[in-house]
Design a protein around this ligand. Structure first.
Ligand code: ZN
Length: 222
């Protein structure tokens, strides 16, 4: 049980279901975040293998209401089209990363099973938006730096960081649109200010907590 100060509550406190599926050879983490109460779920960063994600959603008895991307890189977006086709779920990403959805991802599409060019987004997710899916509420925290439209998603005690923050590391900032100074500044001011026991679920690799990263992440130590 995570205790949260009032200001860190987003929507209702509900019983969450959380599954991570590692997809493709780049070992990208796809998260299924569901509500035990309403049976709704959000899929965060389906990088590929949409059939595998849909099978898992089915086996949990959930219904996909929304598909969200933390950013526009192909290893995070390749499964969006396949899941949207079947579920009709609303698809959201920050508009600053929308142009890269249509860029040439042929190197990724050739290695990630089930990769398809993502559809046009239905919604633009912006800093401090609160997204509602059934009784799940997710707050958008903009953290540009890995990409111009990079965001994290926060719900009570859980933070999905994409390629912004990893256990013991941060995202690359040498790719197109990257900015290292901005990335670190955003992590420090917008993520490290969350309660220390907030769980961090990154786009690659194992989970962590805000407190652990604050104390041990070499990129964040003064
Ligand atoms: Zn990335």
């Amino acid at each position: 049980m995570i205790f949260l100060a009032q200001e860190y509550y987003v929507g209702k406190e509900i019983n969450m279901i959380l599954r991570v599926l590692v997809v493709g050879p780049i070992m990208e983490n796809t998260y299924i975040l569901g509500s035990e109460n309403s049976g709704d779920c959000v899929v965060i960063d389906p990088g590929g293998e949409p059939d595998k994600v849909l099978e898992e959603v089915d086996s949990l008895g959930l219904k996909v209401g929304m598909i969200l991307n933390t950013h526009g890189h192909g290893d995070h977006t390749g499964g969006v089209a396949g899941i949207k086709e079947v579920t009709g779920a609303t698809y959201g990403i920050n508009m600053n990363d929308a142009p890269m959805l249509k860029s040439d991802n042929s190197w990724i599409s050739s290695i990630v099973p089930g990769y398809q060019i993502p559809p046009d987004p239905d919604i633009n997710v912006s800093h401090e938006d609160v997204l509602e899916v059934g009784d799940i509420s997710l707050k958008v925290i903009a953290t540009p730096g890995h990409t111009p439209g990079g965001v994290c998603y926060y719900t009570n005690g859980l933070l999905f960081t994409g390629d912004t923050l990893f256990q013991g590391s941060i995202g690359r900032f040498d790719l197109a649109g990257g900015n290292g100074r901005l990335l670190i500044q955003n992590i420090l001011s917008r993520l490290m200010t969350l309660p220390p026991d907030t769980k961090v679920y990154p786009g690659h690799g194992p989970e962590s907590t805000v407190g652990q990263e604050k104390l041990t992440n070499p990129f964040l130590l003064g």
